[in-house]
Design a protein around this ligand. Sequence first.
Ligand SMILES: [Zn+2]
Length: 222
Amino acid sequence: MARDLPANDGETVGAQGQIRKVEFVRIIVQALFALGYHQAGATLEEESGIRLQSPVVTKFREDVLAGRWDESVATLAKLGISEEEILKSASFLILQQKFVESLESGDTIGGLKTLRTEITPLGINIRRVHQLASFTLCSSSEVLLESVEWEGAGQDYRQRVLEELQQLLPPSIMVPEKRLEHLVEQALEVQRESCLFHISADHALSLYTDHRCTRKQRRPCK
Ligand SMILES: [Zn+2]
């Protein structure tokens, strides 16, 4: 088994010494998993001793996607986040979804209980809390979902909640989605923008070489 996330030991890769090896390996593991190469990703974690995420973060993600809201809040507290504002905001996102899913399933009393005993005591987003309270008066779940501009319960929306949580939590705890792709696209964009003779942005650029059009080309580059 791979060890827990190691502290940054200062080891770097690259000629300029600006890339932390731990971060570098983690985003490669993430890319492998995202590409469906689960075995390769797990092997890299094992061999490097560097995990994409700690077991508690894995559990947190699973709890959110499975709609285990109480467990999600409990696991959130174990992620090692010290900033109370972040914890409150993350709890709010989780409990808001718990509330909406209760109402959608017709459990208005359960929803109200969540609102009064769990969401309101957080003491944040007061206007939103009032808005949520008004939703309990909705005559049907369809009206409710229209009111909250919500797609409702289910995997897609839970995935969106997870993405919102990801934006809130420190990236060292939950690495933002598609980080490697984002960095590569950013590098290509910089090369394209600095290309003096570039005409068209329609073509994919090669990853094998740095992009540069010559004056003679004056045509869309490949
Ligand atoms: Zn060009």
